[in-house]
Design a binder for this molecule. Structure first.
Ligand SMILES: [Zn+2]
Length: 145
């Protein structure tokens, strides 16, 4: 049996907790005993936290590369929000603003946005370019869950 775990940051005290994905009961913070929650909305990913939140994630990560000035990105946003909610605990969903985070955007050579990257351990395993339906995104992503 695998022993997969995920780092969750406590929303009460900010301490990072390593949580086994096999355990059935809901996890609590080792420091303040508050309940820990898997994110149910997209995380804001930046050049600064990419390593911690994406590379170190044992869950697959769906990363939305977007920009403020891009209308299709804004149309994709509610779909990405829904996926983050539906796959809470199974996948991490993040959003990266390509204008403010050029190192990561450049690393994945995102020439057109929106681009959705599917990453495992920080390595790209698939990508979805352009505005697509939720069903199309989920069917690709579910191969990696
Ligand atoms: Zn805590």
């Amino acid at each position: 049996m695998s022993n997969r775990s995920q780092i969750l940051r406590c929303s009460e005290c900010g301490v990072k907790n390593k949580v086994s994905l096999e355990r059935k009961e809901s996890p609590v913070c080792g420091s303040c005993k508050s309940k820990l929650f898997f994110p149910s909305s997209p995380l804001t990913i930046t050049d600064a936290n990419f390593q911690e939140l994406v590379e170190k994630s044992t869950l697959p990560v769906l990363l939305d590369l977007w920009a403020d000035w891009c209308p299709p990105c804004r149309m994709l946003a509610p779909i990405v929000d829904e996926i983050a909610n539906e796959l809470s605990g199974k996948a991490i969903v993040g959003k990266l603003d390509v204008d403010g985070n050029r190192i990561t955007a450049g690393r994945f050579a995102a020439r057109s946005i929106p681009t959705l990257l599917i990453l495992k351990g920080g390595t790209e395993v698939d990508r979805i370019v352009g505005l697509q339906s939720k069903e199309a995104i989920l069917s690709k992503l579910k191969r990696f869950l």
